[in-house]
Ligand binder design. Structure first.
Ligand code: SF4
Ligand code: SF4
Ligand code: SF4
Length: 260
């Protein structure tokens, strides 16, 4: 019988909701733990051993020098790194002000002016700002079914398979009435799909929690929302909330072309 892949699950800065989503898969939890040799999973195991890994799953973003050192050390002993959730993939909600130079002021407001002594904190960044990442499973939190499907693929040595299309595609498949027609700001046209259009299917607008879709047309979404009376800061703020660093980097050039 072939040896099971060695896997580890780690959390950095975030709410750990992505790892919790995995632990909440009650019907599949035994298969998750039987499918791999899980050597480290702090939220589930007390006897964790740090060793060379086939796959490391990371939830949370990098916000301290200690975490930066950890992801570099983990990368050096791991074949495949998989980011779980928008914190790990794009910096998360905590990166929504990325490159606005507001981090120090926000930090002082929460923690005061006394300099930190244990670790050196900095503005939240995704894991791939420090080390190469092999695969991304976005969402806030990740979608359990998307995780289970891709976990099974990874254990067989197959690459992660996630759609590049926006939420609107799944929304149309579910035959929902479009919220944009009711002048409600919906980010479905520029957000990565994978959640089965969960929010618009219950009449709530998509707020972009799966981050930017590779095939989303941002210029067109901007223009459409502006036509509906939303201001540039309102739209930008909404897009930054979960899209974070990926949103800012991906749309930097296009951004300048959008008439404010
Ligand atoms: S992506 Fe969302 S659910 Fe996952 S750790 Fe970050 S804040 Fe929590
Ligand atoms: S409701 Fe939102 S997700 Fe659905 S089709 Fe309209 S814009 Fe797209
Ligand atoms: S519809 Fe949008 S906000 Fe709702 S779960 Fe899907 S990606 Fe997230």
């Amino acid at each position: 019988m072939p040896e099971k892949p060695k896997a580890g699950f780690y959390n950095l800065s975030g709410c750990s909701g992505c790892l919790l989503t995995i632990l909440n898969c009650e019907d599949q939890i035994l298969d998750i733990f039987n499918g791999a040799n899980i050597v480290s999973f702090l939220m589930a195991n007390s006897a964790n051993i740090e060793k060379d890994l086939d796959i490391a799953f990371i939830d949370g973003s990098v916000t301290t020098d200690e975490q930066e050192e950890f992801v570099k050390e983990l990368r050096a002993r791991t074949k495949k790194i998989v980011c779980l959730g928008v914190c790990s993939c794009y910096g998360g909600v905590q990166a929504m002000e990325y490159e606005k130079n507001t981090w120090s002021a926000r930090f002082k407001k929460v923690y005061g002016t006394k300099p930190p002594t244990i670790t050196k904190p900095f503005e939240s960044r995704p894991v791939d700002a420090f080390v190469p990442v092999d695969y991304y499973l976005p969402g806030c939190p990740i979608d359990a079914n998307q995780f289970l499907y891709n976990y099974a693929r990874l254990l067989r040595g197959l690459p992660v398979d996630i759609p590049k299309t926006p939420v609107c595609l799944e929304c149309k498949w579910r035959e929902n009435e479009c919220l944009l027609l009711k002048n409600i700001m919906c980010l479905g046209p520029v957000t990565a799909t994978g959640c089965n259009a969960r929010c618009p299917s219950v009449n709530l607008p998509c707020v972009g929690c799966f981050g930017p879709a590779d095939e989303g047309n941002l210029t067109s979404e901007f223009n459409l929302l502006k036509e509906k009376g939303f201001s540039f800061p309102e739209i930008e703020r909404k897009l930054r909330m979960f899209g974070g660093v990926k949103f800012v980097n991906k749309f930097k050039t296009m951004w300048k072309k959008v008439k404010k």
